[in-house]
Design a protein around this ligand. Structure first.
Ligand code: FAD
Length: 489
């Protein structure tokens, strides 16, 4: 454990936010140590399981500067709408119903693109992400403003591998199997280290500042029950089993202030066969977010959401919460053969049911046959004429039904018909710590807790809903800032 002594900055957690915080700390000349609870073979936190996509503000003519590796022909094959800082800010405020802290939202929005460029300079590797995010228009891949299009090469697995390899190259030590259990304070209240528990027992490690980058409490049943409610206690989890709210508990013990929506969480529809915790080799494969291509029904064969209410990244969390309110907490995405090719390749890796008629589909699903037939019939009758266009909110509606489908409505009429059974699974929880723009943790009187920083999911940010691609971006922005600030101390 000698490596752990006399470090300037201690980082708790080695996901996206912790790893980037470490790089930023080292950049300002401070000595940094990462403490990671998971064993090496299970490292990477939720970051390992992600789709790897980052959402950030940009203008169309900035794309080349953001990904210098894009070839001329790749660039010419795309058209970008751009996402202005105002739009990005507005989207977050809209989905959080105005509850997000404007100061932190502004920070995320303004620092998003510079942070992506900084990550590139650190060695981050990217790929353009056309699948289920963009579609062809005027012969080009059209990327609307609601779409996140940049993802880490080889998704979360690739991102995680790449970050660990950069840490290794820079000589930044990571101690695995080392659970931080307590924050140490000096007599003036300054955080001056941590107590860890590892194979050998308990040990104190000193540091001049501590950054909590140790995720939220989604993998802690007791906290789920306490903060989210009874129905969330036995939920399947989409990410790591190690995010059990330790950072929150430790920070609250020394008087930190909460922020974000403690009764709120991010959830998504997954294949109904998804296990309680995903395998390390099967990351976000089970995600089922292609419902724009058809309808979602419950076990009674009834629709219960407006599948075309908004861009998919703005609705998928909301719909997973709706599924929690349905009988048996499950649903079925029903899609016909003309739309099935629009689904992401992930759909081939789980349970799917195929039939030549809607009756037969309902029988195979063992759900109410007459009701599903009626639902599809009424839906088809309600579909309005217009051009179906996934690249924009096309206003092609299905009306006269409740709920309506506000965009992307197209008749379910070409056999064979497909159904994909889904359930909701928990991604992460929104309850976090209040921070200022320097990512310093604040106490209940809004004073800085000296020496304590938070980054990533640990920062309390989201309320009610979440917007795809913003978790990694928030982690990168707050990790970079926390690392540089703590290092400068
Ligand atoms: C399936 C899935 C797909 C997702 N896809 C995307 C996406 O495409 N884009 C996006 O923006 N977001 C996505 N997210 C959300 C995203 O995972 C997070 O916002 C981001 O990865 C969180 O990074 P983090 O560094 O805050 O936490 P994590 O990556 O979870 O890292 C936290 C680390 O802290 C460690 N730790 C916990 N407690 C302790 C302790 N006591 N001591 C020491 N270490 C501890 C954990 O073991 C873990 O390694 C997805 C999440 C999931 C689960």
């Amino acid at each position: 454990m000698a490596v752990g002594k006399n470090r300037d900055v201690i980082i708790v957690g080695s996901g996206n936010s912790g790893s980037l915080a470490a790089l930023a700390t080292q950049e300002v000349g401070a000595r940094v140590l990462i403490l990671e609870k998971a064993p090496k073979e299970r490292r990477g936190g939720n970051t390992h399981f992600t789709g790897g996509s980052y959402r950030f503000a940009y203008k169309p003519d900035e794309v080349r500067g953001i990904i210098p590796d894009l070839s001329e022909s790749e660039l010419n094959s795309m058209e970008f709408e751009g996402l202005s800082q105002d739009q990005f800010y507005g989207h977050i405020m809209r989905i959080t119903e105005g509850r997000a802290n404007p100061e932190m939202v502004e920070l995320l929005v303004k620092e998003s693109q510079p942070t992506i460029k900084w990550m590139t300079a650190q060695g981050a590797q990217w790929e353009f992400r056309p699948e289920d995010a963009a579609a062809l228009k005027h012969g080009k891949i059209h990327v609307g403003s609601g779409v996140q299009w940049l993802r880490a090469k080889n998704r979360g697995e690739g991102l995680s591998k790449n970050l660990f390899s950069i840490l290794e190259k820079r000589g930044i030590p990571v101690l695995y199997g080392t659970k931080v259990v307590k924050l140490l304070q000096d007599r003036r209240g300054r955080v001056c280290g941590v107590t860890v528990k590892n194979e050998e027992g308990f040990e104190d490690i000193e540091g001049k500042a501590v950054i909590l980058a140790c995720g939220s409490f989604e993998a802690n049943r007791e906290m789920r029950l306490k903060y989210l409610g009874a129905e969330w206690e036995t939920m399947p989890i989409r990410g790591t089993r190690y995010n059990t709210g330790d950072g929150l508990r430790m920070a609250l013990e020394i008087g930190a202030q909460t922020a974000g929506h403690w009764a709120g969480c991010h959830a998504a529809q997954v294949d109904v066969g998804a296990p309680e915790f995903p395998e390390m080799t099967r990351t976000d494969d089970t995600t089922r977010s292609g419902y724009q291509m058809g309808i979602i029904v419950n076990v009674h064969g009834k629709r219960f959401v407006d599948e075309g209410e908004d861009w998919r990244p703005f609705t998928y969390t909301k719909f997973a919460h709706e599924i929690m309110r349905q009988p048996q907490r499950m649903a079925f995405q029903v899609i016909d053969s003309k739309m099935v090719d629009h689904l992401s390749g992930r759909y081939n890796k789980g349970i799917q049911v195929k039939a030549d008629t809607i009756e037969e589909l309902a029988q195979k699903l063992e759900i109410d046959v007459d009701s599903l037939v009626q639902t599809v019939k009424e839906f088809n009758a309600g579909v309005q004429t217009g051009t179906w266009d996934l690249t924009t909110k096309d206003g092609k509606r299905a009306v006269g039904i409740s709920p309506p489908k506000s965009n992307w409505a197209i008749e379910i009429d070409r056999p064979p018909f497909y159904a994909f059974p889904t359930k909701a699974a928990l991604t992460y929880t929104f309850g976090g710590l209040k921070t200022n723009r320097k990512c310093q943790v604040l106490d209940n009187e809004d004073n800085v807790v000296p020496g304590l920083y938070a980054a990533g999911e640990r920062v309390g940010f989201w309320h009610f809903r979440y917007m795809g691609g913003s978790g990694l971006m928030l982690g990168a922005v707050t990790g970079k800032i926390a690392g540089a600030q703590a290092g400068a101390e």
